[in-house]
Design a protein around this ligand. Structure first.
Ligand code: GDP
Ligand code: MG
Length: 370
C-alpha cells in the first residue's frame, strides 16, 4: 500500500479516527479524517500501536488492455457474433452444438477433420457465427469472474417436455448479469410430451416474455436431435446481432481472450484464443495472461493450418512459454522485446504471489507439519 487516508488506517487498526488524529497531532502532524498519509506517517502510527506494517507484494495487475490503444473507430467493420449455449442439464446443449456444427460447417471446409478446440464457426447466408462449446456455465462464470467478456449473445436451451429448471434460472441470471441478449431455444419439440406453452409461461415469470405475447424475447422451437429449427435459430442470432452492431478493426494488432489451454506432450503449451479485435498472425509477439511468446502455428476449428485469424475467430496456437488460463486476456505487441519484457514481469509477479502463498504459515499448514 502506497498511501491510506486517516480514516482507512484507523479502520485497519481498529481504532477511532479521532484517536489517530490525536496521535498525529502529538507527532506534529495536523490531519483530517480524509487526509492521505504517506508510508512514513503510516509506519510512525503503526509503531505507536506496536503493529508491523506488512509490505504488500507488488503484483503486475495491469490489465493487458492498456497495451491496446484506442484507434479510429470509423475503421471498424462488422464482425461475427460470439454465442454461448446454456441451459439445464440434459435439456440438449451438447446435441444442439453438435447439430449446428454438423449441418453448418463453414462452406468449403467440410470434410476437414473437426477437432475440439473449445469454439467453432459456422456459416449462415454468407455470415459467420462463432459458438463457444466449452461447458456452458463453467466457461461463462470463470471467464466472467476473470473479467473477460467474450459472449455477445446467450442461447438458453429449455426442453419443452421438462420446462424451466434450476440451471435454466441460473443461466438466465448469468446472461442478465453479463448484459447480453437472450434467445430461448425451446428444444425437444419432436417429443409427444412437448409443451412449449408451459415453457413460455414459466419464462414470462422470469421476465422473458415472448414476442407472441407482446414481449421482446425471441423463442425458437426446435429439435436439436432431428435438426429441425436450426436454420431459424441461426437467422435469429444474426438478426439480434445486427441490432447490437458488433464491430472490430481487422487491420490492427490482435487482442482477445483464452478459451482453453493445456500442456500437450508433443506441442508444448497449446491455447485456444478468441480474437476479439484486430487480426492475429503467425509470428506475432504476444503476451497471454502471465505468459508470452511468438505465435508458432495456428490451427482452425476444422483442423486446418491458418496464417491469420480475424475478429471473432477462434484459433488454437502454439509457441507460448507457459500454459495460460481460460479467461486470460492476450494482446499482440509490436516487437518481441516489449512482449518479452511485459510477459516476464507478469510471470515473475505471478510466481511471487504463488511462493508467498506457499510459505505463508497459516494455522492450517502449521498443524499439518506437526
Ligand atoms: P445437455 O446435458 O444439455 O448437453 O444435453 P444433451 O445434449 O446431452 O442431451 C440430453 C439427452 O436429450 C440426450 O439423450 C439427447 O439425445 C436428448 N435430446 C437432445 N435434444 C433432443 C431433441 O431435440 N429431441 C429429443 N427427443 N431428444 C433430445
Ligand atoms: Mg452436455
Amino acid at each position: 500500500t502506497e498511501s491510506l487516508t486517516v480514516g482507512e488506517l484507523a479502520k485497519k487498526l481498529g481504532r477511532e479516527p479521532s484517536e489517530i488524529i490525536k496521535k498525529l497531532f502529538m507527532l506534529g502532524v495536523m490531519a483530517t479524517i480524509n487526509q492521505e498519509l504517506d508510508k512514513d506517517a503510516i509506519e510512525l502510527i503503526c509503531a505507536e500501536y506496536e503493529v508491523e506494517v506488512e509490505e504488500e507484494i507488488l503484483v503486475d495487475k495491469t490489465d493487458l488492455e492498456v497495451y491496446f490503444e484506442p484507434e479510429d473507430e470509423t475503421l471498424n467493420e462488422e464482425r461475427p457474433p460470439v454465442v454461448t449455449i446454456m441451459g439445464h442439464v440434459d435439456h440438449g446443449k451438447t446435441t444442439l452444438l453438435d447439430s449446428i456444427r454438423h449441418t453448418k460447417v463453414t462452406a468449403g471446409e467440410a470434410g476437414g477433420i473437426t477437432q475440439h478446440i473449445g469454439a467453432y464457426q459456422v456459416d449462415e447466408d454468407g455470415k459467420k457465427i462463432t459458438f463457444l462449446d466449452t461447458p456452458g456455465h463453467a466457461a461463462f462464470t470463470t471467464m466472467r469472474a476473470r473479467g473477460a467478456k467474450v459472449t455477445d449473445l446467450a442461447i438458453i436451451v429449455v426442453a419443452a417436455d421438462d420446462g424451466v429448471m434450476p440451471q435454466t434460472v441460473e443461466a438466465i441470471n448469468h446472461a442478465k448479469a453479463a448484459e447480453v441478449p437472450i434467445i430461448i431455444a425451446v428444444n425437444k419439440m419432436d417429443k409427444p410430451s412437448a409443451n412449449p406453452d408451459r415453457v413460455m409461461q414459466e419464462l414470462t415469470e422470469h421476465g422473458l416474455v415472448p414476442e407472441a405475447w407482446g414481449g421482446d424475447t425471441i423463442f425458437v422451437p426446435l429439435s436439436a436431435l432431428k435438426g429441425d429449427g436450426i436454420d431459424t435459430l441461426l437467422e435469429m442470432i444474426l438478426l439480434v446481432s445486427e441490432v447490437g452492431e458488433l464491430k472490430a478493426n481487422p487491420a490492427r494488432r490482435a487482442i482477445g481472450t483464452v478459451i482453453e489451454a493445456e500442456l500437450d506432450k508433443g506441442r508444448g503449451s497449446v491455447a485456444t484464443l478468441l480474437v476479439q479485435d484486430g487480426t492475429l498472425n503467425v509470428g506475432d509477439p504476444i503476451v497471454v495472461g502471465n505468459t508470452f511468446g511468438r505465435v508458432r502455428a495456428m490451427v482452425s476449428d476444422t483442423g486446418r493450418r491458418v496464417k491469420e485469424a480475424g475478429p471473432s475467430m477462434p484459433v488454437e496456437i502454439t509457441g507460448l512459454n507457459d500454459v495460460p488460463q481460460a479467461g486470460d486476456r492476450f494482446v499482440v505487441f509490436e516487437d518481441e522485446k516489449s512482449a518479452r519484457s511485459v510477459g516476464e514481469s507478469r510471470a515473475t509477479s505471478a510466481l511471487q504471489v504463488q511462493r508467498s502463498e506457499k510459505t505463508r504459515v497459516t494455522l492450517d499448514n502449521l498443524f499439518d507439519q506437526l
